[in-house]
Design a protein around this ligand. Structure first.
Ligand code: 2RA
Length: 330
C-alpha cells in the first residue's frame, strides 16, 4: 500500500483530503500530515489513529509515494523536493498547471494524460473542473466552438478566511452592527456580489478568468477552443455555480443533450422546469457530482445551448479530483 503525504493538512482542502481518502477507502500505509510551522504540532485523528501534523521541509517526503498538495505557496517551495524524493505530486495550486511538462487532469475528461507525468500532476482550478466535467459529454456529441461562462463562486473558494468573513459579516448585520471586518474580499461580501476573483491581468480579465480559458484549452487539448469568462464571488458558503453558453459545430437537440448528461460520469441531470427543479448550491454541497440543469437552446444563434451547473468546489473542484487522480496512478 502507498505512503501518502498531505501538504496543507490543516486547511479547508487538506481536511477534505482526509475525509475523501477515508470515504473512498483509498489504500494507505503511512499517512503523513504536513503543514506550516504555525500549524504543526496539532493532532488529527484519521481512521482511528492520532496523527501529529509536522512542519513541511524538503526532508518531509522520504518514503512517500504520493504527495497531495492542497495549494498555496507550499507547492513551489516543496514539490520539487517531493519529486526528488521519489514521490508523485498531485498539486492543487496554480503553480504548474500550464507547464507543458505537467499534465492537467480531470479523470472524467482526460484520464489518459496521467500517463505522461514527470513527477507532478496538476489539479485544475475548481471552476474549470466543474465546467469541463459538464461539457465533456457535449464535446463528445459535437466539437464546441465557443464557451461563454459566468461563475457564481462560494466564499469557501477563498479558504477558511472566506467562510469566517461571511459568517462575521452576517452576524454583525443581524446584531444591528456596522459591517467593518472586510479583509479577505475587497468589499463586503454579505448581501453583495463581487465581480473580481484574484488579481486583474491582461485585458482587464482576472487571473481566475484566465484560468478558465487556458486550463479548459489544455484539458480538452484544444488551443482553438474559444472561452470567455466572468468570475463572481457570491455570499454562499459552499459550491460554485456557473451559467454556461456554448456554440457547437453540429446542431444538438435538447433531447440529445439531456440524454448525454443522463449517462455522463460525474454528472447528475437536474432539469425539470415543470416541477421547479434545477441545480442549486445547497443541493450540490458535500457531494462529488456536478449538477446540470436549466438546459435551453440559445435562440440567438443556430447551434447554441445554455446550461446552469452547480458543483462542490472543495470536493470535486479540489480534493476529490486529486484523489481520483491518485486512484488512476494506482
Ligand atoms: C476560488 N479559485 O477563489 C478559488 C478556488 N480554487 O474560488
Amino acid at each position: 500500500m502507498p505512503n501518502i503525504a498531505i501538504v496543507g493538512a490543516t486547511g479547508v482542502v487538506g481536511q477534505e483530503f482526509l475525509k475523501i481518502l477515508a470515504e473512498r477507502k483509498f489504500p494507505v500505509d503511512e499517512l503523513r500530515l504536513l503543514a506550516t510551522k504555525r500549524s504543526s504540532g496539532s493532532r488529527i485523528s484519521w481512521q482511528g489513529k492520532e496523527i501529529e501534523v509536522q512542519e513541511t521541509t524538503n526532508q518531509s517526503f522520504q518514503g512517500i509515494d504520493i504527495a497531495l498538495f492542497a495549494g498555496g505557496s507550499a507547492s513551489t517551495e516543496y514539490a520539487p523536493a517531493a519529486v526528488q524524493s521519489g514521490a508523485v505530486v498531485i498539486d492543487n495550486s496554480s503553480a504548474f498547471r500550464l507547464n507543458p511538462d505537467v499534465p492537467l487532469v480531470v479523470p472524467e475528461v482526460n484520464p489518459e494524460d496521467v500517463k505522461w507525468h514527470k513527477g507532478i500532476i496538476a489539479n485544475p482550478n475548481c471552476s474549470t473542473i466543474i465546467m469541463v466535467v459538464a461539457l465533456k459529454p457535449l464535446e463528445a456529441l459535437s466539437r464546441i466552438k465557443r464557451i461563454v461562462v459566468s461563475t457564481y463562486q462560494a466564499v469557501s473558494g477563498a479558504g477558511k478566511e472566506g467562510i469566517i468573513e461571511l459568517e462575521e459579516q452576517v452576524k454583525s448585520w443581524s446584531n444591528g452592527k456596522k459591517i467593518t471586518d472586510i479583509d479577505t474580499f475587497p468589499y463586503q461580501i454579505a448581501f453583495n456580489l463581487i465581480p473580481r476573483i484574484d488579481v486583474f491581468q491582461e485585458g482587464d480579465y482576472t487571473k481566475e478568468e484566465w484560468k478558465m480559458v487556458k486550463e479548459t484549452q489544455k484539458i480538452f487539448h484544444r488551443d482553438d477552443l474559444r472561452v470567455t469568462a466572468t468570475c463572481v464571488r457570491v455570499p454562499v458558503f459552499r459550491s460554485h455555480c456557473e451559467s454556461i453558453n456554448i456554440e457547437t459545430e453540429k446542431k444538438l437537440t435538447i433531447d440529445q443533450v439531456k440524454a448525454a448528461f443522463a449517462q455522463a460520469p460525474g454528472v447528475i441531470l437536474k432539469d425539470d422546469s415543470a416541477k421547479d427543479i434545477y441545480p442549486m448550491p445547497l443541493d450540490s454541497s458535500n457531494r462529488d457530482e456536478v449538477l446540470v440543469g436549466r438546459i435551453r437552446e440559445d435562440q440567438t444563434i443556430d447551434q447554441g445551448i445554455n446550461l446552469w451547473i452547480a458543483g462542490d468546489q472543495i470536493r470535486k473542484g479540489a480534493a476529490t479530483n486529486a484523489v481520483q487522480i491518485a486512484e488512476l496512478l494506482l
